[in-house]
Design a protein around this ligand. Sequence first.
Ligand SMILES: Cc1cc2nc3c(=O)[nH]c(=O)nc-3n(C[C@H](O)[C@H](O)[C@H](O)COP(=O)(O)O)c2cc1C
Length: 252
Amino acid sequence: MVDLYPQIFKRKSIRDYYLEPLEEVVLQNVLEQVNNLEPLYDDIKVDLKIVSSDDVNPRMMKKAPYYLAVFSENKEGYKTNIGFLLQQMDLFFSAHGLGSCWQGIPQPKKRVVESSDIKFIILMAFGKPKVQLHRTSNLEFNRKPLPKISDIKNEGYIGALLEAARLAPSATNSQPWFFKGNNHVIHAYSFKPNILRAIMLKKYIKIDMGIALYHIKLAAEHLGKTVRIVFDDAGREKTPNRYEYVASVKIN
Ligand SMILES: Cc1cc2nc3c(=O)[nH]c(=O)nc-3n(C[C@H](O)[C@H](O)[C@H](O)COP(=O)(O)O)c2cc1C
């Protein structure tokens, strides 16, 4: 399998696509990847389907030729699990010359929502990009600087893991994460938005956290480390004010 790590530094949201169908072999390749995704929590039932632009109401967004429609059982951690799973597809598309974009605004039509017995969560658009697919420099990322999202000493490999998280995409680019810890463990926390921002962001914050956790894991594995993502009481106890504990990445 290709190492998706380099895609972290190249990927960007693509919102402009050619609407022609993709070749069958390309779609088969996408399906194969969908069937090989690694969940964060393997006891949560999920379902991913490829649907076409006719199956989606794009609202104010431009149409894409295809979407992944994602469904999940509603269990503790389910949104974080979806972020973790679907970010693997975002990076996969980027590695295979296809554009993609997480899509909170467009909605699938009723027949899609009713095609699964578990809850519809979110769409990801994909297809051949009409615009440049990749970023060519870190400077093209509009992101918070590292000290704003972590108080871990930036030494050795830990800096690379935090940088991977820093560059992760998030809904409205809100970057709701904060990381504490040391060389052996990264505790991840999500921002509690104020009431006004909560209306827009609440639905997506935990998905964003799953995305960042996947980037950390990918970076760690790229550097030859093994990780376990767990709930950790010590991490929970250190939760900063106005944040919520999400999970801890233990690194060996
Ligand atoms: C959960 C989620 C939902 C999103 N929904 C939309 C959306 O509805 N429309 C859109 O144009 N972008 C959407 N985005 C893309 C973000 O705006 C984008 O990731 C962020 O601005 C960072 O830019 P980048 O992905 O190009 O690095 C979404 C991203 C996430 C993670």
